[in-house]
Ligand binder design. Structure first.
Ligand SMILES: [Zn+2]
Length: 263
């Protein structure tokens, strides 16, 4: 191995090198599929201190084919309505959250298709997305322009996502979640090549719980930690997660915001 600057998976994965993934901070990722489809998850970009500067300009994406939001909390949905409008791409989120967005007039109905846990859709040709359980909560806080006050609206049930690309490469984006025993089902049913798991603690799994989930339940080939480093009360660190997953067959990649990883 010469000049191996970026961390790469040591285990063979389907379609090696054809999938590009860029962490944009918190739970936001830009995933480019082997067929060139651009998938964006949980876009909190313009005010996330960890988002790389180019991605704070929403025009930087150029195109978005699939836009996924796991639940209604600000650090997951913040820039999603603006991206949906800019790229005329449907916002895929828990159906009841989309109902709230529709009722409030945040987006027009054609950008708010409904789905729910267990549902599988093909939002772009060859890209399949399944909503799975997440053990968390969801509200949508909306600033009422008439009163200039914040209102709390139903945010639906939070979800995680199974994203299957054209070549069969499967990504499990866990959303915000605690450990739950059906992570074993998700691992056995979908056999993810790559898992993206929250490790910050306080609101989600901490590094120890996330390591348990990955080693004992999900068992992906590769895991990337997310949802840490942006909020001082979510104290979990990548080093703690790496240490807790040592002596495991799962390869841990600590992504740097803005640095493209290939699978
Ligand atoms: Zn949340």
């Amino acid at each position: 191995m010469v000049g191996c600057a970026a961390p790469v998976a040591s285990t063979p994965t389907p379609g090696a090198g054809q999938v590009e993934l860029v962490w944009l901070g918190q739970s936001a990722f830009k995933i480019t599929s082997p067929g060139g489809k651009v998938i964006v998850t949980d876009p909190w970009l313009r005010t996330d201190p960890r988002t790389p500067a180019p991605y704070k300009q929403l025009e930087h994406f150029g195109r978005i084919d699939v836009l996924l939001v796991s639940h209604g909390h600000f650090d997951h949905i913040a820039d999603a309505p603006a991206l949906a409008q800019m790229y005329r791409v449907a916002l895929r989120a828990p159906g009841d959250l989309n109902n709230t967005l529709m009722t409030l007039g945040v987006l027009p109905p054609d950008l708010l298709p409904r789905m729910n846990k267990g549902g599988t859709i093909e939002p772009a040709t060859g890209v399949k997305v399944t909503a799975v359980h997440a053990e968390h909560s969801s509200i949508y806080v909306w600033r009422n322009p008439g009163t200039a006050k914040d209102e709390v609206h139903p945010g639906g049930e939070p979800v995680g996502w199974i994203i299957e690309l054209e070549n069969g490469f499967r990504i499990y984006h866990a959303g915000d979640t605690a450990v739950f025993s059906d992570m074993r089902y998700i691992g056995e049913r979908y056999r993810p090549d790559l898992a993206l798991v929250p490790i910050g603690g306080n609101f989600t799994m901490d590094p120890a719980d996330a390591a348990y989930a990955v080693k004992e339940l999900i068992r992906p080939k590769v895991v990337i930690p997310m949802h840490y480093g942006a909020n001082p009360i979510a104290k979990g660190t990548a080093k703690e997660f790496v240490d807790a997953t040592s002596a495991s067959a799962v390869r841990v990649i600590v992504a740097e915001p803005g640095v493209a990883l290939k699978f």
